[in-house]
Design a protein around this ligand. Structure first.
Ligand code: FCB
Length: 450
């Protein structure tokens, strides 16, 4: 068996996000976010839950960092809750809210764990949501102000920054498909939101760099490599469309400062006219030189196009219906390898980090309190091998963050989907490392796949 080692400076960490773990949503001056509101709406969250308690990380962060240390994590990716640190969305900083991140960062550094901050992982201050959220162009300036202020206060200790987590999800799930906050179902709104998120990324990067020049700044995209189910015209056409709207619509502006031209007529059709929300000069602003690209990878898509509409509509198939996670996502480490190779070839980023990868499986403790999540171990192992193959082929992959440190609030699914390498009993708030956490600890320590 091939036992190529991960380089010593390859970074292994775990990821979370504020709304999914913090709880304490109404203390120390935090204002409501669009997710607090969304959870209150009937039928939005599968188990009727919300983020008020979550993993109580706000209270338990010191113990949580001690646990990260015990598991050997080298880095921790977390997000800042914008409504906690700037409750009005703009203007004054809420010192009590910021103090939480200050202390968390110091705690991490004292344990030799690198902090990686995501500025926007979806919990927009509700007051900005009331002004149209990502549909209102003003938000791009507000985001830049928020980003700059965070760098001014935390940039002395935190060098690694991610502007946005998964713009596609913000735009498409939030404004087009209605599955995430704010729950709109309008195609044009989806494309407007996508553009404003990207523009705010560009403006945010400039603002951050004007504050400090010693930062490592990137953006995290959720990318899904798409493969045609067959060579038929309909399948190929549908695959092009899927890739265009899911991947290239974000990659091309960021890396090339242009839209994917083949997609423009389709997007115009969906928007019912010209893309007048994209102003002259916007694309140049979006194309800032990234220090790294973060990718969240969970699965690939095999696309079957509809014959009648010649691929204008499509559905996703599973190659192996037996190998799916609790999210109904196919386990496809090959998809990860292919994605990494393609990014290196087509976009040549300075550096690549996998900022999320993992799987939901509902394993619970046995009589001895052990959680034998063998399927997650297998998932992680396969994806670690895919990374090694990509490294061998010259991909500039520098690190990996497992999603997630804890079982947590999985958005519209509530607490029913468990992605954690650490099991959480939401009643007692007990944390129990699963077998996968012990496996990961060994990988980090030995640098070879256990
Ligand atoms: C990603 C999100 C993350 C989590 C995982 C499962 O899309 O960034 O918050 O929900 O999926």
């Amino acid at each position: 068996m091939n036992q190529q080692a991960f380089p010593q400076d390859f970074l292994f960490g775990a990821a979370t996000s504020s709304f999914q773990i913090e709880g304490a949503t109404d203390v120390d001056g935090r204002s409501p976010s669009i997710w607090d509101q969304f959870c209150q709406e009937e039928g939005r969250i599968a188990d009727g839950s919300d983020g008020r308690r979550a993993c109580e990380h706000y209270l338990r962060f010191r113990d949580d960092v001690a646990l990260m240390h015990k598991l050997g994590l080298e880095a921790y990716r977390f997000s800042i809750a914008w409504p906690r640190v700037m409750p009005m969305g703009v203007g004054a900083i809420n010192e009590k809210g910021l103090a939480f991140y200050d202390q968390l960062i110091d705690e991490l550094l004292s344990r030799n764990i690198q902090p990686w901050i995501t500025l926007y992982h979806w919990d927009l201050p509700a007051c900005l949501g009331d002004q149209g959220g990502w549909l209102n162009r003003d938000i791009t300036q507000h985001f830049a102000e928020y980003a700059q202020k965070m760098v001014a206060r935390l940039g002395d200790r935190v060098k690694n920054w991610i502007t946005h987590n998964e713009p596609w999800c913000v735009a498409s799930l939030g404004y087009r498909q209605g599955e995430h906050a704010p729950g709109l179902k309008d195609p044009r709104s989806g494309w407007i939101a996508a553009h404003h998120v990207l523009l705010s990324h560009g403006l945010g990067m400039k603002a951050m760099q004007s504050e400090r020049q010693d930062l490592n700044i990137g953006i995290t995209l959720n990318l899904t490599p798409a493969f045609a189910a067959s060579d038929s015209k309909a399948d190929r056409e549908a695959t092009r469309r899927f890739d265009g709207s899911f991947n290239r619509w974000y990659l091309d502006p960021i890396f090339k400062g242009c839209l994917p031209v083949d997609m423009v007529p389709e997007v115009e059709e969906e928007c019912g006219g010209a893309l007048d929300f994209i102003h002259n000069g916007d694309l140049a602003l979006i194309q800032q030189k990234l220090d790294f690209l973060g990718i969240n990878y969970y699965s690939r898509a095999i696309i079957r196009g509809d014959e009648q509409s010649e691929g204008q509509t499509s559905r996703t198939l599973h190659a192996d219906p037996a190998d799916i996670t609790d999210m109904d996502w196919e386990v496809s480490p090959d998809g990860l390898r292919e994605l990494l190779l393609r990014l290196q070839r087509d976009y040549a980023p300075e550096a690549l980090y996998i900022t999320e990868n993992g799987a939901a499986y509902d394993d619970s403790p046995d009589a001895q309190g052990r959680i034998h999540d063998a399927r997650r171990v297998r998932y992680l192992e396969k994806h670690a091998r895919a990374m090694q193959e990509a490294l061998k082929q010259g991909v500039k992959l520098k690190g990996y963050f497992l999603w997630s440190l804890f079982d947590n609030f999985e958005w519209a699914y509530g607490y029913k989907k468990r992605f954690g390498m650490v099991w959480v009993d939401y009643e007692t708030q007990t944390r129990l490392p699963k077998d996968s956490a012990l496996w990961y600890r060994d990988l980090i320590q030995q640098r070879i796949i256990p």
